[in-house]
Design a protein around this ligand. Sequence first.
Ligand code: THU
Length: 188
Amino acid sequence: MHEVDDAENKSVACSKCGADASHKSVGHLYEVICPRCGHVESGTFYPYETVTPSNTSREALIRAAIEARERAYAKYSQFQVGAAVLTGDGRMFSGCNVENSSYGLTICAERAAVFSAVAAGQHKLDMIAIATAGGATPCGACRQVLAEFNPALPILLVDVDHPDRIAETDLRQLLPGAFSFRPKSERR
Ligand code: THU
C-alpha cells in the first residue's frame, strides 16, 4: 500500500450536468461545487494505491493473528481476539485484546496491533488479519483507528475453528463515511 500525496487531483464529473468538476482533494472527503450548474458533489476519495499482498504474506499474517489470539488476556469476557497488520515495508505487527478489571480500560487486538506498528515507525498498512472464534468483524472504534492509516484497508476475518475459510472484506465496506479531520483552514 503506498500512500499517494495527500493533496491529489481528483477527477470528478458532475452527476447532474456532466461538466468537469475536477478539483484538488485534501484528505478523504471531498465536496466541490460544479462550475457549470452549481450542483454540490461530495464523496470519499481514497488517496491510496491498492497493493495485493502475496499469498505467502497473507498466510503469515493469518498465522500471526491466530498466534496473537492465544496470548489474549480475556479474563472477563473469555472472548479472545488476535490481530496482525502487514505494513508497507513488509513487516508484521500483532496484538491481542488485553482486558482490565476496570472494563472500560480494555484494549482491542486490532488497536494493539496498529499501535505497535506506529510505535515502530510504520504508518502504511497493507492488510490486517483478525482471528476470533466465529470470524468476528472489528468494532467501530477499531474501524476508525484503522481508517486513520488506510481507509481502504483489506481485512481478513479468520474463524479459528475454520482457518481454511477466510472471509475477506475491506474498510470501504465496513466503515463508509469514516470521520476525517479537516483543519479549519481547509474547511469551506
Ligand atoms: N474485542 C477486540 O479485541 N476487538 C474488537 O474489534 C471487538 C472486541 C475484544 C474486547 C474485549 O476484550 C472482548 O473482545 C469482548 O468485547
